[in-house]
Design a protein around this ligand. Structure first.
Ligand SMILES: CC(C)(COP(=O)(O)OP(=O)(O)OC[C@H]1O[C@@H](n2cnc3c(N)ncnc32)[C@H](O)[C@@H]1OP(=O)(O)O)[C@@H](O)C(=O)NCCC(=O)NCCS
Length: 198
């Protein structure tokens, strides 16, 4: 299958459209919400400038490898959250060292859902579609996800979309979020594992 660009995706309740400039107010609202950001990044809401940078980064994720990118999810026309299939840098790639080197057959997924939709299965529904799209349409070999050990909701979404816990790791941060003492976890599923489980 030849992948030209980022596709619009649909699930039972979600229309997932490639993230656009006009969605910035939605992603910024999530990034600037203390409840949403408790176990993400610095553990505090992003400033307006930081939230603008995040939206730019999310938009740029569509330029890295064909088919990857960030999707804004809508249910009955209302913004629910975003889901991403991001490119993974090659392990030996260093920043500012010529063109960015990426692993072509692997993606890291992620998601943020608006609090008013929490607990209704939306994160899992979108995450499952990300995994399906990565394997079935984009023919990638591996999907990974990472979160803080204490982020039980995110871990449940990863487990519920077919990924398994493969690693716990401890990074040092200048401004660590509360709870980072318990480290971070990596989850993973390969295309073969996903096929067998499907
Ligand atoms: C993590 C997040 C996306 C979950 O969204 P959601 O739509 O409420 O999740 P779902 O309703 O699809 O629930 C999926 C699973 O998570 C579980 N879950 C949801 N919230 C939970 C919580 N606060 N604590 C523990 N488990 C939780 C659900 O019970 C469900 O488990 P199941 O599949 O075993 O039934 C949402 O809480 C969020 O956006 N949080 C802030 C951003 C974030 O943490 N993003 C991930 C960072 S890596």
């Amino acid at each position: 299958m030849t992948i030209k660009g980022q596709a619009t995706l649909r699930t039972a309740r979600l229309e997932l459209v490639p993230l656009r400039a006009e969605h910035r107010e939605f992603t910024m609202k999530l990034d600037m919400d203390p409840e949403v950001m408790k176990t993400v990044a610095f553990g505090r809401p992003f400033t307006e400038d930081e939230a603008i940078q995040v939206h730019t980064w999310l938009m740029e994720s569509a330029q890295k490898l064909p088919g990857l990118g960030c999707w804004a999810g809508f249910s009955q026309g209302d913004f629910v959250g975003w889901w991403i299939l991001a490119a993974c840098p090659a392990p030996d790639a260093s920043e500012g060292d010529g063109p960015e080197r990426l692993i072509p057959n692997k993606t890291e997924y992620g998601f943020r859902v608006s609090p008013k939709y929490w607990g209704r299965g939306f994160a899992k529904e979108g995450a499952r579609e990300m995994v399906r799209h990565a394997f079935q349409d984009l023919e990638l070999d591996e999907v990974i996800g990472e979160t803080m050990t204490v982020n039980s909701a995110s871990r449940a979404v990863m487990a519920g979309s077919g990924l398994k816990h493969v690693d716990t790791f401890f990074n040092k941060y200048d401004t660590p979020p509360a709870g980072i003492e318990e480290g971070e976890v990596r989850y993973k599923v390969t295309r073969d594992e996903w096929r067998v489980a499907a």
